[in-house]
Design a binder for this molecule. Sequence first.
Ligand code: ADP
Ligand code: ADP
Length: 233
Amino acid sequence: KTLIDIKQMVKTYKIGGETVTALHRVSLHIEKGEFIAIIGPSGSGKSTLMNMIGCLDKPDSGEYLLEEQHVGKMNDNQLATIRNQKIGFIFQNFNLLPKLSAIENVALPLLYQGVSQHDRVERAKECLNKVGLADRAYHLPTQLSGGQQQRVAIARSLICNPPILLADEPTGALDSRTSQEIMEVIKALNEEGRTIILITHDLGVAKQAKRVVQIKDGQLFENGGNFIETSAL
Ligand code: ADP
Ligand code: ADP
C-alpha cells in the first residue's frame, strides 16, 4: 500500500541573485513497511529531500502525497500536525536536551500534547524498553555513550507511534561497531512494520536497507538491485 508518492518535485533556494536547484523533478514512491536508504555525497540534495519528506518545508512545484494527503498544499500548522502524527526523526547528533534524563527526553513530545505524567512515564518506559535501554532511564545524556544516546533518540522518535521513521545519518557520529548495533535496532523497528527512510553517505550503511536509491546533483537514480556503482557517487 502506498505511503509516500512524490512526483516531479522541484526545490530551489535563492542566495543573493543566484538560484540553486537542490531537487530536479524528483519522483519517489514508497510503500508501507519499506526500508529505503537514500545515498549521496555532500551537497547532492539529501538534507533538502529529507526536509521535504519530513514535512519541514514545501516544494516549489510537484506533488507530495503522504497517506493520500497533499503535503504541498498545507499551511505551516497543517505541516506541523502531519509531521507530529506521521514521522519520527532521528539525527546524526542525537539532539537530546542535556539537562533532561533519558526518560524525560523520550517523554518530552507528550508534554506538548497534554498527556498525563503517569502515561508519559509509562509510554516513555515502553519506548526505552524497545531500544534496550530501560536500565538507563534516569541517566543524563552526558552519562551515556554515543550509542546509548542514539538509542534514547530512537526511543523519543517512537513516542507518538509514527508509521514513518526518518533517519538522517543516524550512525554518522558513531564508531563502526556501535553503528552496527544501531542499524540492528533500526532493522528491528522495520521488522515490526514501521517504514524506515534512512539518509546517508555511507555505502556500508545504505546496503543494509532493503532498497537503495542514489541522489546526485538533486536527481534520484534507482537500479533495482542492491548493486551500487560507487563511481557514480
Ligand atoms: P546534502 O544534504 O546532500 O549535503 P543539501 O540538500 O544540503 O545537500 O544541499 C543541496 C544543494 O542546495 C547544495 O548546493 C546546497 O548548497 C543548497 N542548499 C541547501 N540548503 C540551502 C539553503 N537553505 N539555502 C541555500 N542553498 C541551500
Ligand atoms: P549535511 O550534508 O551534513 O546534512 P548540509 O550541507 O546539508 O549538511 O547542511 C545542513 C543544513 O544547512 C541543511 O538544513 C541545509 O538546508 C542548510 N544548508 C546547506 N547548504 C546551505 C547553503 N548554501 N546556504 C544556506 N543553508 C544551507
